[in-house]
Design a protein around this ligand. Structure first.
Ligand code: NDP
Ligand code: MG
Length: 384
């Protein structure tokens, strides 16, 4: 049966790759809704190609502008209400959540409440509100299938083995600064920071890869997604980016998922799960790869990873504060002239000022309030 899809964040790196996968598997999928924030040129092009029933843009004036360049049968929505309408549409069965940042939280929660199958690329929502989202998913019988490559790997390795899990090895290429001396970090240009050796991604996640905050967020993502205590999640630097993560079982056996570093692979699996489809993606050539290396991350060089570890074990609102302050700091870094080395310092300051709520079950309002507070703190630090 044809799966009817909403792709939220369709103009981003994951969104574009998702539409590429769908184009190849076109008989199995129908794009019913697409969304972007401000890139209406790209969204209009996608609408002309896929003829969705609904599209959503960031605000009303963008909605007015895009109307002239889309097919007559496509209705234009805007803002959070527009996204909520999309995820509650009966005619949609799968939501690809590929909006960046914690802004994705509310559309994701609403999609789960409306019992959509979720193909989840966004990690910030899960990091901030993991226990709430996972509880809601369980109560509604919703399966959340990860797109993030490491979590897709773990998800695939766990199939039929979850009961015997003893450890997760979360692999990471080490990002663009793996072999750059720490003393040179304060002089790095944005181009150096955004220049990831293995993956082509959006700007925010590319900066997170350079600071290794991305790996830190992924520890928390894995903790909540798979219900595993963070002390059983070990980060391994693996520069070849061939193994996308591994699991160790109680008897010492280790399972890994391997493949070329191409996001279309985990995206396709999230869409076709539990089935597999053919793909035109390049195959691994082991004789060319030759050797695979693994080593421990340097927490002195990448303090964001240590901050994320701390937030992971603290739980409560700490992961949300970590995530929101990182998002706000990275935004300032990308837009202004902040030094790369200031990123972890500001996040650490915000976390140290935060009064964590751990003593009771959190609500979505607690998360949103912690998110708002963290962003304000970052802005006040950056402005002084
Ligand atoms: P991009 O920045 O490339 O794309 C983000 C998408 O979300 C765009 O379509 C953008 O619209 C839309 N968007 C951003 N902010 C808003 C907003 N406030 N309201 C509505 N729409 C918004 O990000 P990526 O594709 O790189 O990443 C998306 C998510 O997937 C992130 O959470 C990231 O951590 C995760 N992820 C990404 C990977 C990758 O390879 N890129 C790998 C693993 C996870 P517009 O184009 O108009 O700005
Ligand atoms: Mg990842």
């Amino acid at each position: 049966m044809t799966q009817r899809l909403a792709v939220l964040g369709s103009t981003g790196s994951i969104g574009v790759n998702t539409l590429d996968v769908i184009t190849r598997l076109k008989d199995d999928f129908k794009v019913v809704a697409l969304s972007a924030d401000s890139n209406i040129k790209a969204l209009a092009e996608q609408a002309r190609k896929f003829h969705p029933d609904l599209i959503c843009v960031g605000n009303e004036s963008l909605a007015k502008k895009i109307k002239k360049s889309i097919p007559a049968g496509t209705r234009v929505l805007f803002g959070l209400d527009g996204l909520k309408e999309i995820v509650s549409t009966q005619d949609i069965d799968t939501v690809v959540a590929a909006i960046s940042g914690t802004f994705c939280l509310i559309p994701l929660v609403e999609a789960v409440k409306h019992r959509k199958k979720i193909a989840l690329a966004n990690k910030e929502a899960l990091v901030s509100a993991g226990p709430i989202i996972m509880k809601l998913a369980k109560a509604n019988g919703v399966r959340i299938i990860p797109i993030d490559s490491e979590h897709s790997a773990i998800f695939q390795c766990l199939e039929g083995r979850a009961g015997s899990l003893s450890k997760i090895y979360l692999t990471g290429s080490g990002g663009p600064l793996l072999n750059v001396d720490r003393n040179k970090f304060s002089k790095l240009s944005k181009k150096d920071v955004l220049n990831h050796p293995k993956w082509k991604m959006g700007k925010k996640i590319s900066v997170d890869s350079a600071t290794m905050m991305n790996k830190g967020l992924e520890i928390i993502e894995a903790k909540y997604l798979f219900g595993v205590d963070d002390k059983y999640i070990e980060v391994l630097i693996h520069p070849e980016a061939v193994i996308h993560s591994m699991i160790e079982l109680t008897d010492g056996s280790v399972f890994a998922q391997l493949g070329v570093p191409d996001m279309r692979l985990p995206i396709q699996y999230a869409l076709t799960f539990p089935l597999r489809a053919g793909s035109a993606i390049e195959r691994l050539d082991f004789t060319k790869i030759g050797k695979l290396a693994f080593f421990k991350p340097d927490l002195q060089k990448f303090p964001c990873l240590a901050l994320a570890r701390h937030a992971a074990s603290a739980g409560g609102t700490a992961p949300g504060v970590l995530c929101a302050s990182d998002e706000e700091v990275v935004k300032s870094y990308l837009e202004g002239d902040m030094k790369f080395t200031d990123i972890p310092k500001i996040i650490e300051k915000v976390l140290s000022r935060h009064k964590n709520i751990t003593e009771r079950e959190l609500t979505i309002y607690d998360i949103l309030e912690a998110d708002r507070w963290a962003r304000e703190e970052v802005r006040s630090i950056c402005c002084h």
